[in-house]
Design a protein around this ligand. Sequence first.
Ligand code: PEP
Ligand code: MG
Length: 575
Amino acid sequence: MKTLLGLTAAPGICSGKAYIFKVPDLSYDPCKIEDSETEKKRLSEAFRLSFEELDRIKGALSGSLGVEYGHIFRAQMTILEDDDFKQEITGKLDESPCRAETAVEAAYKMYEELFSRMDDSSCNAQRLADLNDVCKRVLRNLLGKDDVNLSVLPPESIVVAEELLPSDTATMDRKHIRGFVTERGGCTSHVAILAKSLSLPAAVGVAELTRQIKKNDFVILDVRDFEEARIYINPDAAKQKELEIHKSEYRKRQEDFLKMKDLEAVTLDGKKITLSANIGSLEDLANAQSLGAKSVGLFRTEFLFLKGNLPGEDEQYEVYAEAAKKLAGGMLIVRTLDIGGDKEVKALNLRKEENPFLGLRGIRLCFKYEELFLAQLRALLRASVHGDIRIMFPMISSVLEFRKAGELAAKAAEELKSRGIRRRSDPPLGVMVETPAAVFLADELTREAGFVSIGTNDLTQYILSVDRGNEDIGSYYRTFSPAVLRAIGITARAAEKNGKWTGICGELAGNPMAIPVLLGLGVAELSVTASALPQTIAQIRGLDSGKCRKIAEKAVSMATEEDIKAYLKEEIRPE
Ligand code: PEP
Ligand code: MG
């Protein structure tokens, strides 16, 4: 038995078999060439295997995520069936003796150059991204390497990886995953947010993980502690028995919280708090509603774009309209596309950046790809007839950016008008406060914006200048830093002065130790991942708002995160 330690990313306790997710090494010796007939045979076989794999994934995805996701893989199968594509590769083999791998890569390069000479439309970028995926698949089959992806998983899998990016998990097989463990990543990285939305435990920053664990090892993932996660690899019978007891106790506590799910989030002295859910899809919304969500404080729409294709206006409209209808009048805050940083959209073929988190991200990318942004805004304005949709812009760092986003929303409205499409009167426009600039400009921004929601995941990263996804500097990512708490206070006071409300949609909103402080700082809405909803309701119902104010005052007056945490642990003692 081995025990590894990591950082808590999403709470829970589970057991299962290790599924190692590792992108295969596709390097090869280009000089090891068979005769061209043998290379052609190898190529045909690799095409056949690739086609079969795609067919399998297509079937699995159509069943789990819906036929539209199956179609993405159908498009790739069409490439494999295309005679011109195959001809292009075999032509290279006939031209001069080379390996089939070299011919595949040369054919891809040829198409890449061809596409780059065409208009830079997102449609070409999408086709090139599909072609790239297909060529990599064929290459991998030529090299006889296993297909490692998360779309088709064995039952009871604990996904083990060096790192999990949004593009890796976009089409994963949710039904068979029990939990996640990664070597890299911080506690607000993508995998943490994803795991919480699925109510699954996750541990990140586990040193040496991929060297210590093998495929199919039996793993118990114990993430009951708020800071430290434990990973038991092939535990002995006694340990298994002990952990089974913890597992059932944990489940019992969750069931107790669940009984509270339909109660109001109101403090002992009668202060109502808007408790909303963070979602990334309609499936997330269904899960959140089953856990008591009545409103959504953050719909991360970029997940609609990470699954392989770029959804157009109509496709997006369907999703937003469906979400609004499902909430039956409950607030639905939709964040406009927040691509960039660690969220790569293959179909846009974006240039790799030196500092992606300081680069073409969020609203900046939307301004660059204005048509993409306008299509999303039109879809949202159209969907707003079906409920209380509010639009929120990410990564705002100046008042002019907020104004420009508003002008584009007005332009989208004009376009709809000229098409004779009806829509509700203008939905409220909000600012996501996640840059220090937005905190310093909170007064000016909240004079113009309808509401603000603080994205503490990024705000912490930018205030403390610490990459939120880098586990090596995880200890510098101080969630309870007085600098961050004071920034929240500044924002909430400015919003209140201007008669607007402040929400929190970063991970801090669901942290039991932070909740009294946030309420005491004047936050009116908490938007948390689905799994945290019942527990948060239970906690709010046991709080007194006057006491929260005192706790917040004292916490923000302290000089260090360590002091604040020690004080809060003593004062609050989360269950
Ligand atoms: C945040 O930054 O706090 C946030 C909610 O957005 P994301 O985690 O998607 O960047
Ligand atoms: Mg953010």
